[in-house]
Design a protein around this ligand. Structure first.
Ligand code: NAP
Ligand code: 3JN
Length: 338
């Protein structure tokens, strides 16, 4: 089997760090690993396959000889460096929103549209969707294939790890401060996140929605390759460390029962159904954290409309929502295209 020179851009971040772990866990064929971050990380090292790898400072020359680049250092870094990497022959799998909606760049969730990966040849870049979109489409695609989804109404309950390592520290620190009668410091979010919920993720747009909400709307249509699916979203940050949860209501073209949904999802790739009300079993972020699957429960018919289903979808946002999805894309790339 061939092995590849892989770079992780943003290796010291919440997502990049998880990428390094997942490359090792899944025995991705790495011949050489280059870890890139900012000047702030000079002197740091990360362990991969038992060996310490130094963090190098990202620059224009970083990509010589690199075959696959996993990017998660923010949109502006990807805007600037992904085209430079691609021009030097590195295939970029980009975790940011920088290129997601560009028509000639594939936006891929391996369980949903692996066939789109071949489009990487256009620009040498593959986009990884937003975490909230990924777990939703993993669960909804098999239902869309069975009975066509006409409309999706989603509300999210997103963990602070979605904002990165500083936000994880902020939730822990604010909780500690409040439990010790100290004034919590507010640095990352506009308001306190400990013991609170913020209906505000990413910036607000002119239409009154947040950018996170519009990412869910637009990315879902692109991944399902179906602009006719109507999507509306409310995205909320909650004081959870790892694992995004979503309350999802769908209206379908054909009637489908809750039992049929359970049956379809029990066979769906990347999905585990956890739905046993008698035993108080439903998906929880603390159970999804550290796991690969998307967990679906509370599946029930929406009695307020003719063809409607409600469900609760939970997944580890840093794994399936970002790092794992990117590595799964890389696995298909090397298996089928390189
Ligand atoms: P994070 O924990 O704050 O980490 C940011 C990473 O980017 C760090 O490694 C940081 O390096 C690096 N970085 C920042 N500025 C840089 C620069 N000028 N040059 C080189 N490296 C730089 O954030 P995160 O949660 O890992 O997220 C990182 C990005 O991934 C986000 O901005 C977002 O675009 C994307 N993301 C995507 C999803 C998704 O839904 N698919 C989810 C979360 C994040 P230092 O440690 O040296 O500062
Ligand atoms: O907030 C979350 O739970 C997910 C955050 C994702 C994110 C954070 C900063 C910048 C993104 C993203 O992946 O959409 C971006 C971005 O690249 O726009």
């Amino acid at each position: 089997m061939n092995a590849y020179h892989v770079a992780v851009v943003g290796a010291t971040g919440a997502v990049g760090n998880e990428m390094v772990k997942i490359l090792e866990e899944r025995k991705f064929p790495v011949s050489r690993l280059t870890l890139l971050a900012s000047e702030r990380s000079i002197g740091k090292e990360l362990k991969f396959n038992g060996e310490l790898h130094p963090i190098q400072v990202l620059n224009e020359k970083s990509f010589a000889g690199i075959q696959i680049g996993l990017f998660s250092a923010g949109g502006s870094i990807s805007q600037r460096f992904a085209p430079i990497a691609a021009a030097s022959g590195c295939i970029v799998i980009d975790n940011t929103s920088a290129f997601r909606m560009e028509p000639d760049i594939p936006l891929v969730v391996p369980e949903v549209n692996p066939e789109s990966i071949g489009m990487y040849k256009n620009r040498g870049i593959i986009s990884n969707p937003n975490c909230s979109t990924i777990q939703m489409v993993v669960a909804l695609k098999p239902i869309h294939d069975a009975v066509r989804i006409k409309r999706i109404v989603v509300s999210t309950y997103q963990a602070v790890s979605g904002t990165g390592k500083k936000a994880i520290e902020e939730l822990i620190e604010q909780t500690r401060a409040l439990m010790n009668n100290r004034e919590p410091e507010i640095k990352v979010y506009p308001h306190r996140i400990a013991f609170n919920c913020l209906p505000h993720i990413d910036v607000f747009l002119d239409n009154g929605y947040s950018k996170e909400e519009m990412k869910m709307v637009n990315e879902t249509k692109k991944i399902l390759n179906d602009p006719s699916v109507a999507v509306t979203a409310t995205t909320v940050r909650v004081p959870v460390l790892f694992g995004h949860s979503e309350s999802v209501n769908i209206e379908t073209g054909k009637k489908i029962t809750a039992d049929e949904v359970r049956e379809i999802l029990s066979r769906a790739p990347g999905v585990t159904v956890v739905d046993d009300l008698k035993r108080n079993k439903y998906p929880l972020p603390i159970d999804a954290a550290g796991k690969d699957d998307t967990f679906v429960g509370r599946i029930r018919e929406d009695e307020s409309i003719e063809n409607g289903i409600n469900m609760w979808i939970v997944s580890d946002n840093v794994r399936k929502g970002a790092a794992l999805n990117a590595v799964q894309i890389a696995e298909i790339l090397v298996r089928n295209y390189l």
